[in-house]
Design a protein around this ligand. Structure first.
Ligand code: NAD
Length: 538
């Protein structure tokens, strides 16, 4: 297999980052590329179209000892650094803490001075819905283990939102044997998920949806059903029929009440107009709508359903709008995923910069052999091979621990050196283990350190000195402006000794810091892992 050697840039790090940037705006990948929106409400890859052109131009001119600075999606400078330094560093959506609220943010955004970067949108690491798929499957897997004896067979989940992240829910539930009913207000998004095989069927009405759900539940067959409608209305209608789902959650983009959430009683087309013509009125309707929406979720909880906030801050939005008791709804990380992060096991992505699916399949084969004794990995790789269409550049994501990531880095380097891959590979991750987010990833830390934001800043700094090709420090991912600070990283692996050293060192630093953060908070599992990896400070 020959290498694709055609480069527009002066090195593979710049070229790889350019390909990732353009990939995040590919119409197959982004939710709304014409507005530069990649996913997660208004998560953008660049500030504006002028910035898009300038970023491309600067990456093409960038030398191997220079670093490009990007400020909230706009390129602002190029400095001489050195080959081991990142080629791109970014800061995104950050505001001084006392000003970190949506009113200030929207005002600055309207003036063109900032942009919302969500998590992986602004740092060009988004790979489509697959990016959150295993995390979603793991969440539902833990729900199954904690509440339903280990499987969702014969159980059903009522949820909403079929956007960039939310679209992982149908397969995430199916992977655990369950039935998903997903309510989505935008029919075009429903149709896109059906086309991509991310959801099996579209119901014609609530009656039809409940029939399809009941049928699969009785047969104990996995099934996913989408229903076009407003989640608040549909949840209320289900409750009024006296039907109680086994699990209820929500993945509308509720972190942004103006641009991400459609209040009940407003059609999608009216919402688009009202947002622009009367934002205050829109916000008022969103606030009252979300109170009713979450009130229904709480009633399901009282009636015995397992209910949780799926990382969009919906319970906090309802509480801020005056709903008492909304914060009793648990968050998905503290309820189900914390142990993974204590063990340093999290979402790791590899992206074939050649654009060739064969590269990913070749890596799949090596991974299946290398990790043949780990069913969590082999079952996952086989499942995604079978069910997941690539969006844009072919890629995989798998939840791996530090050892496994380092072994995978070795496999990639070996295949590159043997010329078995068409081009270098980008390694990256989402921001879940390297974040301060008191209503999500760092909720209920045992030492009460939920709001301490030093850790993601340390993560960004450490990755920058460890050899990452791109490092970003951002705010607002997942839960919205004011509620999270997080760090992203990407390393381009081209098979050279330098890139191999960078990849191994960044992998160790990146996972290591996440373990240290959890050990410092007092988790015994993280302390044990810290000892095992020689990270402890004792
Ligand atoms: P998105 O903007 O791509 O999609 C949101 C979807 O919700 C849209 O399709 C929209 O039409 C729909 N919607 C809005 N209001 C609705 C309503 N009232 N009823 C039904 N549908 C409605 O966002 P996304 O990328 O899918 O992310 C969803 C949310 O999850 C965001 O708040 C995001 O910040 C958060 N998030 C979660 C995770 C995770 O791991 N769980 C990760 C990243 C982000």
């Amino acid at each position: 297999m020959g290498r694709v050697i055609w480069l527009r840039c002066r090195g593979w790090e710049q070229e790889g980052l350019l390909r990732l940037f353009m990939n995040s705006l590919d119409p197959e990948v982004a939710e709304c590329p014409e507005e530069l929106i990649v996913y997660g409400g208004t998560g953008k890859a660049a500030r504006d179209w002028e910035s898009v052109e300038r970023i491309k131009e600067k990456l093409m001119q960038l030398e191997n000892d220079q670093t490009l600075l990007v400020q909230s999606g706009k390129p602002v400078g190029v400095f001489t650094s050195h080959p081991f330094a990142p080629r791109v560093i970014m800061a995104g959506s950050l505001l001084v803490p006392a000003y970190s609220d949506y009113d200030t943010f929207w005002q600055l955004e309207r003036r063109g001075q900032t942009a919302y970067g969500q998590s992986t949108a602004s740092c060009w690491a988004y790979i489509g819905t697959q990016g959150v798929l295993e995390g979603t499957a793991n969440t539902y897997g833990e729900v199954a283990r904690r509440h339903f004896g280990g499987s969702l067979r014969g159980r059903w989940v009522l949820t909403s939102g079929l956007g960039g992240m939310g679209a992982a829910q149908p397969l995430g539930v199916e992977y655990n044997g369950g039935v998903a009913l997903v309510v989505e207000v935008d029919e075009a998004r429903v149709d896109r998920r059906l086309r991509n095989s991310l959801c099996q069927m579209k119901a014609t009405s609530l009656d039809d949806a409940l029939f399809l759900v009941r049928e699969a539940v009785l047969r104990k067959e996995p099934r996913s059903v989408a229903l076009v409608g407003n989640a608040a209305d549909v949840y209320r209608a289900v409750l009024q029929r006296g039907v109680v789902p086994d699990v209820v959650t929500d993945q509308t983009a509720a972190h942004d009440l103006l641009n991400g959430y459609v209040p009940a009683g407003v059609s999608l087309s009216e919402a688009i107009k009202l947002r622009a013509s009367a934002p205050e009125k829109y916000l008022e309707r969103s606030r009252s709508g979300i109170v009713e929406h979450v009130k229904t979720m709480m009633e399901f909880m009282r009636n015995g359903a397992v209910v949780f906030d799926y990382g969009n801050n919906i319970r906090h939005q309802a509480a801020a709008a005056g709903l008492t008791g909304a914060l009793e709804i648990p968050g998905f990380v503290s309820a189900y995923l914390r142990d993974y992060f204590c063990a340093g096991r999290g979402p790791f992505r590899w992206i074939a910069l050649s654009g060739r699916a064969e590269d990913i399949y070749a890596l799949d084969e090596f991974i299946l052999a290398e990790f043949k004794d780990d069913e969590a990995i082999t079952n996952w790789i086989r499942f995604v091979q079978d069910r997941i269409p690539f969006q844009g550049l072919p890629a995989r994501i798998c939840w791996l621990n530090l050892d496994q990531r380092l072994r995978l880095v070795d496999i990639i380097i070996k295949l590159l050196r043997e010329r078995k891959l068409g081009a270098p590979v980008a390694l990256t991750r989402d921001h879940m283990g390297n974040i301060a987010s008191p209503w999500r990833e760092t909720e209920k830390m045992p030492d009460g350190s939920d709001a301490i934001a030093d850790w993601p800043v340390l993560s960004g700094l450490l990755n920058a000195i460890s050899g990452a090709s791109l490092v970003s420090i951002q705010q607002g991912g997942g839960v919205g402006i004011g509620y999270s600070i997080h760090a992203g990283m990407t390393v381009i692996v081209d098979g050279s000794g330098l890139s191999g050293k960078k990849a191994a060192q960044v992998t160790y630093s990146d996972v290591g810091l996440g373990i240290i953060r959890h050990a410092d908070a007092g988790y015994p599992l993280a302390r044990e892992m810290s000892r095992q990896y020689g990270l402890n400070m004792d």
